[in-house]
Design a protein around this ligand. Structure first.
Ligand code: WT7
Length: 587
């Protein structure tokens, strides 16, 4: 390809020594045999992740290094993680939560998020996570569709829940994390009395919950967790993953992120998205590494400070963050001792060659791009420490994954030909189902392929190159946003009649959300109204999913059946040919 490959000289022994050899001989069956099952022979991902480590030589090893925005620090060992999650399991059982019930976490990155997640899995319930920037509308859609029984949140986020609680008859209990009691609880000091009315406090319930838990013995194919993600149309979909997803997450953490149990690993993602679950809780703890979680906001100096302080060895982040770091300059990097770093990886949106090369310049290490989706449950295409990087390429399929570029008939296309990026179904972290929408699940498959919804090509060396999404899904700062959700939020604004939303290429954020808006008769476009609309979407839908750009227009391009043609809005915005407009209503 055009970009010059980065040939690496490794000064360490990577887990994946010979890509091709491992890829060719790989078998999930052999890998599964290495996993420790429950004493009764059943399986539970949470058991493998923390209890097994709590029972072996890693018992007193720090699993979680947590630092909050104010510099507060908490360390949890594997044993503590195991006991705390046991208690959460019992706490939930005391609230009559059982197998298959949905328990949702609407939490910022605080320690409770991590052990609550494991506690939910331990009793066979299904854990759901909600990104803390969500507003009432986004919450209602997700909690209603999943019929969540319990929601765990914080007093700071609770007001958004309160607004919609009356619309959620199946939400039995809302538990608020009383952070001020956390330290007291951990030291077994006096606890505050439970609150009243529509919520209850977390730590008093933890106090009553037993430490000894009878773990639910699951089948590997039983559901474990779910995440909502957006498509082109309609409400977000509940992507459900099974307990055995852990198998692929563990293997990919080992081969792609090169995690060893001696690592201090930092993933900057939020468990409101799948990366934070698969590679902050499951895959990486399964290997027994220590994980750093920073609860604060993005800040280049603070980030370098964290790497230096915790001696981070493996760092997994996203292109927008890398571009923002690059914009803050290499000088800043040089002020810190970042020599602990061994391996850098990136995910979520295309990683441009400049960003890969900047890593090389700033840290002496390139960022290794890798590709996956909420639905794939784990990394499927990647760059590895032991393979040369072609900057701009997503790399090669992970052992266990068969990837191909196919045409609309399901036939592989040749090298350098654009087509649909497809995967052979059957890897363990492939989604189990879309919650209550079997037809949606079916729509992902063409012949014997799983379709990612992305366009790509493959080069003659078998490297995959991302081209674009095949649909209208927006990727802004690596976060997936459905245009329909934003359009719905916009049209619920009293001054708006219609809205069309697109992703507009942006050098920093990959894409930014742009809205074309038609106002009601008599409403005057103004800069002030733009701001009002932005605030409205932030407040109702989500803090991260608002249109950074708004254009007022008298008319939107529509098909004769009345569907807004985002493709045309985008083509016009980018000055591209409009393509086939035969189905277009008079515009
Ligand atoms: C979509 C999935 C963060 C991983 C899980 C997020 C895009 C993801 C890359 C990459 C180009 C990428 C795709 C994909 N994407 N990684 N390395 N290069 N595009 O999953 O939020 O479900 O988003 O993100 O379009 O389909 P997600």
């Amino acid at each position: 390809m055009k970009t010059k490959p980065i040939v690496k000289k490794l000064n360490f022994e990577p887990n994946l020594k010979d890509y091709q050899k491992t890829y060719d001989s790989f078998s999930y069956f052999d890998e599964a045999k290495k996993f420790e099952n429950l004493p009764d022979g059943g399986f539970n991902a949470a058991y493998t992740v923390c209890d097994v480590n709590a029972q072996n030589f890693r018992k007193n090893k720090v699993a979680l290094y947590w630092e909050g925005e104010e510099g507060e620090e908490i360390k949890l060992t594997f044993q503590e993680l195991s006991l705390l999650s046991n208690k959460v399991g019992n706490l939930l059982k005391n609230l009559e939560v059982g197998r298959g019930d949905r328990v949702f976490l609407f939490l910022p990155r605080i320690p409770e998020l991590y052990f609550c997640f494991l506690g939910i899995l331990k009793i066979g319930a299904i854990a759901g996570t909600l990104f803390s920037a969500f507003g009432p509308q986004a919450l209602e859609d997700r909690l209603k569709n999943s019929d969540a029984k319990i929601l765990i949140t914080t007093p700071q986020l609770y007001p958004r829940v309160q607004k919609i609680k009356q619309n959620l008859p199946n939400l039995k209990t809302v538990i608020l994390i009383d952070e001020e009691n956390r330290t007291a609880f951990m030291k077994e000091a006096k606890l505050k009395k439970p609150g009243k009315n529509s919520y209850t406090w977390f730590y008093p319930l933890m106090e009553k919950a037993l430490e000894k838990l009878h773990l639910a013995s699951m089948k590997p194919t039983d559901p474990a967790f779910m995440l909502y993600t957006s498509g082109t149309t309609g409400k977000p979909k509940g992507v459900v993953h099974q307990h055995k997803a852990l198998l692929h997450e563990c293997i990919s953490a080992r081969y792609v992120l090169d995690i060893k149990d001696t690592d201090v690993y930092w993933c900057t993602a939020d468990p409101g998205w799948v990366t934070g679950i698969a590679y902050e809780i499951l895959g990486t703890w399964c290997i027994g590494s220590s994980t750093l979680v920073y609860g604060g906001r993005f800040d280049p100096a603070k980030w370098y400070d964290l790497i230096q302080e915790y001696k981070v060895t493996v760092w997994y982040t996203a292109p927008t963050a890398i571009r923002m770091l690059a914009a803050s300059g290499t000088e800043l990097v040089k002020k810190y001792d970042l020599s602990s770093l061994r391996h850098l990886a990136s995910v979520g949106e295309p990683l441009n060659p400049e960003a890969v090369n900047w890593g090389q310049k700033a840290f002496g290490l390139p960022f290794h791009d890798n590709y996956w989706q909420t639905e794939t449950g784990g990394i499927v295409i990647a760059n590895y420490p032991s393979l040369d990087i072609k900057p701009g390429s997503m790399g090669k399929p992970v052992p266990g994954i068969k990837a191909e570029v196919i045409n609309n008939q399901g036939q592989p296309v040749g090298p350098y030909k654009e087509g649909n990026l497809a995967l052979k179904p059957g890897w363990p972290s492939m989604m189990l189902k879309i919650w209550r929408r079997p037809e949606k699940y079916q729509s992902y498959f063409l012949k014997n392929w799983y379709l990612t919804g992305d366009k790509a090509f493959k080069d003659e060396d078998g490297y995959f190159w991302f081209i674009s999404r095949a649909d209208d899904v927006i990727k802004t700062s690596g976060e997936r946003v459905g245009p329909f959700e934003v359009e719905s939020a916009l049209v619920s604004h009293p001054k708006i009649i219609e809205a069309g939303v697109i992703g507009k290429p942006d050098p920093l954020r990959g894409e930014l959300i742009k809205a074309f808006v038609t106002l009601k008769k008599g409403e005057k476009p103004s800069e002030k109204l733009k701001e009002e609309i932005q605030t409205y979407v932030k407040k109702h839908l989500a803090g991260h999913a608002y249109p950074r750009e708004i254009e007022f227009t008298d008319k939107l391009p529509k098909t004769r059946s009345g569907k807004i043609m985002r493709r045309l809005l985008k083509a016009k915005e980018l000055g591209l040919p409009l393509g086939d407009t035969s189905t277009l209503e008079d515009y």
